[in-house]
Design a protein. Structure first.
Length: 212
């Protein structure tokens, strides 16, 4: 099966084919794994499909049978990142521990920035990559919907639209602060994340007090 989607610039950004056989799935996973490593080393702009193919041990023509260009590869890696982090978000929504849950979620995302190949380089530049902006916003709004539905149990008197907006705002504030912190040295990053946690707790406690 071939998937085809064009960005606003007219560049095709989806996989040419969705792998069905195990061998093809392994080939796609290898391409994405190698690409993430290359992006970690040289950034999104510096990554070349020719180098990705070389390190993967395949021809450039073989790579292009699955991905038409680098943008499609970057988007596929970003989708893998979202899929991995979605498990953490679902756990947060399920428990919905406002005292410690946000702390754990922030720490999880911080580890992802430090340890997941390509994550920092791809998501730190999402604003400059039109092909990822829609993906980013879609995930933000989906998470906000799930969180706001759970939050109604804690804030039953709050206007529903206001609650949803808060659930959009807080993750975006956390995301922006994390991206900034991960470009600092570790001591400063740790201090910034600690301040972020304190700010979130203070905000949520104030909102909770108004409900009483």
């Amino acid at each position: 099966m071939t998937k085809r989607t064009e960005s606003r610039s007219g560049v095709v950004i989806e996989q040419r084919r969705t792998p069905v056989q195990e061998r093809s799935k392994d080939r796609v996973n290898l391409i994405l794994s190698v690409a993430a490593e290359v992006i970690s080393e040289v950034g999104v702009e510096g990554a070349k499909t020719s180098e990705i193919a070389r390190r993967a041990g395949i021809s450039l023509a073989s790579l292009y049978r699955y991905f038409p260009n680098k943008s499609a590869i970057v988007k596929a890696i970003a989708e893998q990142h979202i899929e991995k982090l979605d498990k953490q978000m679902k756990s947060f929504v399920q428990d919905f521990d406002l005292e410690h849950g946000f702390d754990q979620l922030i720490d999880t995302y911080a580890r992802f920035y430090r340890e997941e190949p390509g994550y920092k380089e791809i998501w730190s530049g999402v604003e400059a990559m039109p092909e990822l902006q829609e993906l980013d916003l879609g995930q933000l709004y989906d998470n906000a919907q799930d969180i706001s539905e759970k939050a109604r149990e804690v804030f039953p008197r709050m206007d529903q639209d206001r609650l949803w907006l808060i659930c959009v705002m807080l993750p975006r504030i956390c995301s922006g602060t994390l991206r900034l912190a991960m470009n600092m040295d570790e001591p400063k990053a740790a201090m910034m994340l600690q301040e972020l946690k304190l700010m979130l707790k203070a905000y949520l406690r104030e909102k909770g007090a108004r409900q009483k």
